[in-house]
Design a protein around this ligand. Structure first.
Ligand code: GLP
Length: 240
């Protein structure tokens, strides 16, 4: 694991962008795995600003998002589809047909199989960007989720629903399920870039890097990945 301690959130986002851009310039038709949450917003701003300044064209890039809430339509204010359109895709030249986000509506099992098939046809993920939950979840792979799963339906823990309730008007409105790429799909990515900031992530980062590889902390499996770089601020890295 390549661990980069950064001065602050902006520095972590900028350094992550620099590494991502190097990789994209090497492979302008890369398959990019993307997360939601507050953490990637800094990176997404560097990507959109960089695009405006002519850093890179995303016209041949293919994207696969990690997850989507079950029961929310694409235009729901809290859907990850809307989040991605508002915070990234609308400001880039990525082709709409190259954007893949699991559907949280309809027959969810079937949606999972369709998503796996699309990812396989695209040749898998070249560069996976990750955030991390307080309990070490990646995507929506909560503690206890078998490492060998690909796209599946996840039951969200109370912990995760509480953390994400800040985007909703009440905890009751936070969906209890989601469709998520599995740990296996994430581990199959050729390169992983993880960003984590803030005190509340310090335990998860300690367990990710120094803990045993255990289902209790899904992100601990990342120790086994051959090419992962973690960009942390001092608070997230405070227990290392
Ligand atoms: C959600 C997402 C994860 C993300 C996590 C942390 O649960 N499914 O992909 O890493 O939130 O979010 P934040 O970056 O807001 O702390």
């Amino acid at each position: 694991m390549n661990i980069i301690l950064c001065d602050n959130y902006d520095d972590a986002s900028q350094k992550a962008y620099k590494l991502l851009l190097e990789e994209l310039k090497r492979n302008s038709s890369a398959v990019l795995g993307l997360p939601t949450g507050s953490t990637p917003l800094g990176l997404y701003k560097f990507m959109t600003d960089g695009f405006s300044e002519g850093d890179f064209s995303y016209e041949d890039i293919v994207t696969f998002n990690l997850d989507e809430y079950a029961g929310l339509s694409r235009d729901d204010p809290n859907s990850y589809f809307k989040f991605m359109m508002d915070n990234l895709f609308r400001a880039l030249d990525v082709k709409i047909e190259n954007i893949n986000i699991p559907s949280g509506l309809g027959e969810l099992e079937e949606n999972c199989r369709i998503y796996d098939k699309k990812l396989e046809e695209a040749g898998g993920i070249d560069i996976q960007i990750l955030g991390i939950g307080r309990n070490g979840h990646i995507g929506f792979n909560e503690p206890g989720t078998p490492f060998e799963l690909t796209t599946h339906i996840a039951e969200l823990s109370t912990h995760t629903r509480e953390d994400n309730s800040r985007f909703f008007t009440s905890l009751d409105e936070v969906p209890t399920k989601a469709v998520t790429l599995g740990v296996k799909s994430i581990m199959n990515a050729r390169k992983i870039i993880l960003i984590a900031v803030g005190n509340e992530k310090a335990d998860a980062l300690y367990n990710t890097i120094h803990g045993p590889v255990t289902l209790d902390c899904p992100s601990s499996i990342l120790q086994m990945h051959p090419d992962i770089t973690l960009f942390l601020d001092g608070a997230a890295g405070s227990r290392l």
